[in-house]
Design a protein. Structure first.
Length: 430
């Protein structure tokens, strides 16, 4: 459906259709990537938290396992947080699995056919909730690898830290100061513990690093102009209450414009943009699909300037309007959640037109029950992911945690099924 911010219906021009592809393997916290050939890559996690990387060469119709291995033996045996990242500039695919003590990294330059292994890739041991991303250097001349590789993580309540690699992921060093401290003095009632759970980072065309974070219930962004040596923290907007939300998400286009999405205290989906490197932000826009009353786990990606797509789960039958923050799990016992993609080709316009659709049949939801960052939408857990392919189509990685209409397996199964949703036939985002 086509709509303006706030949900008012807009004239539909070349509206896209939703598609859903079954990966055929279980997943938690899925991440997704696409290479220049249009191949899709996704993380899956089976029994015993054993991770795999899968690849599709036919737009998600079929999938094959291309996990890092040595002599046919899988090298990533365990993960507490699976994560892949496709460097669009070089075509290098990174697979990094968290082991708490450190992280096991592998990377491939041939689409997952062969891999290089690095069993200690974290810069500092004991970390959690990682993000890996790349971008051009800002201050380091003559780097061995064309892109600087960044790795940021949660220091278990004491804040957020980052490390970087100048040789494509072989060696790592801690960057400098923290993007975010674990304690905030910005609270309405004094100092608060905000933890170190950051979202997925990005790098602008000038090498500026941007790291989003839900910080004590507010949407913030860490900005570094010197490859993480120092950081400035900017509040993007102000939520009405300091209620914990899911990770926030940021994207940057080739002109340096920024796009930032988050859920508000009452779990509404909002978007703000910046055209000056994150110093100032537009007024927030409510951009969730019309009829959706609550959202969580938003993830954003950018194609050409102004062209963005956001994946999230949402419900049209929330009890929140009735009981608010006092809602219990019983209040949500029959609440069903679906996977959505919202996209636009003119996010920087004064009155953007958005296209939104549920990628699954609402009669067969992805989840039933309470679904927010506190419950972690088990087994979706901390985040979903979205990638705009070279064909301009957005592909979103979801978890179907409601197998067989939530009848045979109860309210949610663990793990759920990995699925990929897309919006096709509409305006291209690249």
């Amino acid at each position: 459906m086509a709509h303006y911010a706030g949900g008012k219906k807009a004239p539909a021009k070349n509206a896209p259709d939703a598609r859903l592809a079954q990966v055929g393997l279980p997943a938690i916290e899925p991440t997704i990537g696409a290479d220049k050939k249009g191949n899709l890559f996704m993380t899956v996690v089976g029994a015993g938290l054993s991770p795999d990387v899968v690849r599709s060469k036919d737009d998600g119709k079929t999938w094959e396992v291309v996990s890092p291995n040595v002599a046919g033996r899988k090298t990533h045996a365990l993960t507490l947080d699976p994560y892949i990242y496709m460097d669009e500039s070089t075509g290098r695919l990174y697979d990094i699995d968290l082991t708490v003590a450190c992280s096991y990294l592998s990377f491939s330059d041939d689409g997952g056919n062969t891999w290089t292994e690095n069993p200690i890739a974290c810069g500092r041991p004991v970390n959690d909730h990682q993000t890996l991303f790349t971008g051009p250097p800002a201050i380091t001349p003559g780097v061995v690898f064309p892109e600087v590789v960044y790795y940021c993580w949660n220091d278990f309540g004491t804040g957020t830290s980052c490390s970087k690699s100048l040789d494509g992921g072989i060696s790592w060093s801690v960057t400098g100061t923290r993007p975010f401290q674990g304690i905030s003095n910005e609270g309405q009632s004094g100092p608060q513990v905000c933890g170190g759970f950051n979202g997925h980072g990005v790098v602008g065309p000038d090498g500026t690093v941007y790291l989003p974070k839900e910080h004590c219930g507010q949407p913030w962004i860490g900005i570094s102009h010197d490859e993480g040596a120092t950081w400035d923290a900017v509040k993007v907007a102000t939520n009405s209450t300091e209620r914990l939300g899911s990770d926030t998400s940021v994207g940057v286009d080739k002109k340096g414009n920024l796009y930032y999405t988050w859920e508000t205290a009452d779990q509404q989906l909002f978007l703000a943009t910046s055209t000056d490197g994150g110093e100032n932000w537009s007024d927030p826009m409510a951009i969730g699909a019309p009829g959706v009353e609550e959202v969580t786990l938003p993830s954003l990606d950018v194609g050409d300037p102004g062209k963005i797509a956001i994946a999230y789960v949402g419900t049209t039958d929330s009890p929140f309007a009735r009981c608010g923050e006092d809602c219990s799990g019983d209040d949500y016992s029959e609440t069903e959640w679906n996977g959505y993609i919202t996209m636009t080709t003119d996010a920087l316009a004064k009155k953007p037109v958005f296209y939104s659709a549920s990628v699954n049949d609402p009669q067969d939801p992805f989840y039933r029950g309470r679904c927010d960052f506190n419950t972690r939408c088990r087994p979706m857990y901390d985040f979903l992911d979205i990638e705009i392919g070279p064909n301009g189509v957005p592909y979103a990685a979801f978890v179907d945690a409601c197998i067989a209409l939530c009848v045979e397996t109860g309210p949610h199964s663990d793990p759920g099924a990995g699925v990929v949703g897309s919006l096709v036939g509409g305006p291209r985002l690249r």
